[in-house]
Each structure stands twice: as structure tokens, then as C-alpha cells.
Design a protein around this ligand. Structure first.
Ligand SMILES: [Zn+2]
Length: 92
């Protein structure tokens, strides 16, 4: 059983990655099928790229896709809560 706080922490990071990826796309004029690397996004994260609190590995994915955690339960939680908790609006 995965603690809820851990799931929330990971989902929060995935939100952050998604928002940052979209910000990168806007800055670069990148399309939905373009995929940024961690190097591309590094300077856009205020405190460096987020790490999964449960030890999972994040996959950024293409701009038009959601980022993923290597731990399936984390992804399920993230996707289940997407509607209820929209990602915070990215600042420029
Ligand atoms: Zn995770």
C-alpha cells in the first residue's frame, strides 16, 4: 500500500514537469510531437528537476503527452487526479 502523501508528492512533480514542458514548447515554438530532454528543461525548474519521492524515474515524453513515473501506481494516481486538480498555470 503506497501512502497517499507519497502519491500526491509524485503527482505534484508530474504536474510540474508537464507545465515546464509546455513552457519550453512555447519558448521554442515546439510542436506536440517534440520531446525536450532534461537538459532542455533543467534551467526552467526553480529547484532543479524533480525526483520521485518513491524512487521512481520520470519520463518527460513528448509535449502532447503526459510525463510518466516508472512506478505504475503513481501514474494511475496522477491521471485519476488530473481533472480534480488542474496543473497550476505556468508563469512565463
Ligand atoms: Zn513516482
Amino acid at each position: 500500500m503506497v501512502p497517499e502523501a507519497l502519491l500526491m508528492g509524485c503527482a505534484n512533480h508530474l504536474h510540474q514537469i508537464d507545465a515546464t514542458k509546455k513552457r519550453w514548447a512555447r519558448q521554442r515554438g515546439a510542436g506536440l510531437k517534440d520531446t525536450p530532454t532534461w537538459d532542455d528543461l533543467d534551467s526552467l525548474f526553480r529547484n532543479g528537476p524533480p525526483k520521485c519521492p518513491g524512487g521512481g524515474t520520470y519520463t518527460i515524453g513528448a509535449v502532447g503527452e503526459l510525463p510518466e513515473c516508472s512506478i505504475a501506481e503513481h501514474n494511475e494516481y496522477f491521471k485519476a487526479h488530473l481533472e480534480a486538480e488542474p496543473a497550476p498555470a505556468a508563469t512565463k
